[in-house]
Structures are given as C-alpha cells and as structure tokens.
Design a binder for this molecule. Structure first.
Ligand code: BT5
Length: 326
C-alpha cells in the first residue's frame, strides 16, 4: 500500500470524523509536513478534505477513481490481487505488468488504470480506453502448466468476466470464440492474454481484460466494424467500478484455484454453456481464404474450437473468423 492509500484507509476507518494530523503522522510514521503534502496531493486528485485547525482532517467526498485500497477492502482472495497497483494513466496495463513481471513481481499482482493512452487489442489493434468510465486491468500469473495449455487461461478470464457481469449488473453475457464477451450480440469486453515462455516452460502469463462499464455511445469510436456496448447502457444505471473490479478479481481467484486443482474441464464446460454459437451451424473463414462449414461442438483442451463437418469429422479451428450460418 502506498502512503496515499494508507491515509485513505485511515480516513475510511473514521467515517465522517476528524482525524488529527498528529494521529496520521504517528500511525504512518511520517512528519506533519509530509501529512500536509499528502492531503494536498489527494485534493489535487479530486478528494474533498476539510481541514480544521483544532480538529484535524475529515474526508468529505471521494472522486470517481479506482484506488487499490478500496479494491483490497474485503477482497479475500488467495492468489489474485495480492498486490494491486492502481494508476491514473498508463500506455497499456499489459505493458506495465510485463515490466513488473520482468523485475520479479509476484504471481497475482494486478495493474489497473483509469485510462490507457495505447490500450492494445490483438494483432496490433487498438483498445479504446477513455478515462473515468471503464475497467482496464492486467493480472500476472505463473501457472505450472505446459506451454500449449496457456490459451486455456483466456477462457478462464472470459467466464470470470461473464460471472461478474451477472453478479454485479444482472446482465447475461455470451462468449464469442476466442476472446470476446458479448451482450445482446454487441461487444462489451475484450481479453488479451500474453505469455513469456521458453519451449518447455512458462515464465508468466498476463491476463489483460478491458470491460466497457460506464462508456456512453458518443465515446465509442465511429469506425468499429461490429456493435459495441457497455454495462451501463445494458442495465440502465451507472456501475460501481470498484465493486466490479473486486468481484472480478474474486471470480478470477475462484477459477484459478479450481483450474489448479481440477484442470481445464470445469472452465471448458462453463465456457461452452455460455458460448454464443454452441451447437449452431457456422462458416469459418480460415487463413488463406479456405472456408469450413459445420456445427460447433465445443472447445478442445488447447482452446481450439471443435467444428463437426457434414461428413461427421471434427475439425479443429485454431484461428479464423467464425460466423453463424443464416
Ligand atoms: C480485444 O482485441 O478485444 C482485446 C482487448 C483487450 C483490452 C485490455 S484493456 C487492459 C489490457 N491492456 C491492454 O493494452 N489491453 C488489455 P481484439 O479482439 O483485437 O479487438 C479489438 C477491436 O475491438 C478493435 O479493432 C476495435 O474494432 C474494437 N474496439 C476497440 N475498443 C473497443 C471498446 N472499448 N469496446 C468495444 N470494442 C472496441
């Protein structure tokens, strides 16, 4: 926890009460001048803090920020969120957590940002990441699994996001292979998992998750080639980002522990139950223009989509654009 987070939790443990400069300085082991500097910095971030000469400081209003101390409050996870780093702005949370991982950050570390200046999608695409509305976070994992199984973790993120949308916003999401979360056919979240590995060994995996929570129609880029939506647009009211992130980390923790004990099976079954095209006829536009037609019958252990063709053979789709027929 940073000094700023510690001051905030001290304020929060004294709701509506004054906390004296002396008490803050003693509890945090910093000088009175340093307390004043922190209060000034918090005010610059938008916190309303009253200062009364004989009484001390009182927190009156908290701005719409995602703060590590708030997310950690009541989190109760075993692995995910051991350390949470919340930033006002970053190029990409995936890039930042990669640097931290290379410097030896622990498994379960989470980076969350209010805004990304260069949010990334797959294949060099961009993820629109305006300030103050959405969730952009990356989680560091160090799974002891063969390299070929790393894609399973994308499906772990997807089911955790779907559960959270249901739990916090009462929204029913469907999952689009391989890495999209949809609501009523429009994209509400995207997942970008990245890995650092040698031939045989995974050093770390990054689960990058971007979820549109309070984004308004005018904030979506005009050149999206498919429909997009946000949780607030679907449920009709603003969504508390702190509560959403805390619940998401709890769901990730739950599925990761289950994954460690029971492998991919439970996640695969959950993903298949939420898949938007399960048992439907599809056309798959594979690379080099080859087309495959068939019925989606599930996921393979490495995350490939299993499509049964008319001849009864089951083909494995590892990349390509999958569209329902008709
Ligand atoms: C994804 O890529 O869907 C993965 C997005 C992952 C974003 C998270 S945010 C936290 C972490 N840090 C990062 O830098 N990235 C991850 P892809 O399937 O390639 O989809 C990208 C496409 O989605 C773009 O080309 C746009 O068409 C569209 N798009 C961009 N921003 C969007 C948004 N906010 N909502 C819906 N669609 C969007």
């Amino acid at each position: 926890m940073t000094t700023r987070d510690r001051i905030l939790s001290l304020f929060r443990s004294h709701p509506d009460q004054y906390v004296s400069g002396q008490e803050i300085s003693e509890q945090l082991n910093i000088s009175r001048a340093a307390v004043w500097k922190q209060v000034r910095a918090l005010r610059e971030l938008g916190f309303k803090i009253e200062a009364r000469h004989s009484l001390g400081y009182r927190l009156l209003e908290t701005p719409n920020l995602l703060l590590a101390a708030d997310v950690e409050d009541g989190l109760g996870c075993r692995i995910i969120g051991k350390e949470i780093i919340s930033l006002q702005e970053v190029d990409s949370t995936n890039v930042r957590i990669r640097t931290l991982a290379e410097q030896g950050a622990e498994e379960g570390t989470v980076v969350v940002a209010d805004r990304q200046s260069a949010g990334r999608g797959r294949l060099g695409r961009r993820w629109e990441s305006p300030a103050g509305v959405n969730l952009y976070c990356s989680t560091l994992l160090k799974p002891q699994i063969p390299v070929q199984q790393a894609p399973q973790l994308t499906f772990l993120s997807a089911v955790a996001v779907a559960d959270t949308l249901h739990q916090v916003c009462q929204i029913t999401a469907t999952l689009k292979w391989p890495n999209d979360v949809l609501v009523n056919g429009a994209k509400i979240a995207g997942l970008l998992n990245e890995m650092n590995a040698e031939t045989e060994q995974i050093h770390f995996v990054i689960l990058g998750i971007g979820i549109n929570l309070n984004m308004q129609p005018e904030q979506f880029p005009s050149d999206l080639n498919y429909a997009a939506t946000s949780a607030a647009l679907e449920c009709g009211h603003p969504v508390d980002r702190t509560l959403f992130l805390r619940t998401l980390l709890q769901r990730l923790d739950f599925y990761y522990l289950e994954f460690q004990k029971e492998g991919f099976g439970p996640i695969r079954r959950r993903w298949e139950a939420l898949c938007n095209i399960m048992n439907q006829r599809v056309t798959v536009d594979q690379s080099l223009g080859s087309l495959l037609q068939g019925t989606v019958v599930g996921l393979d252990t490495d995350g490939a989509l299993r499509v049964q063709t008319e001849s009864g053979a089951v083909e494995r789709v590892i990349a390509g654009d999958v569209r329902p027929v008709g």
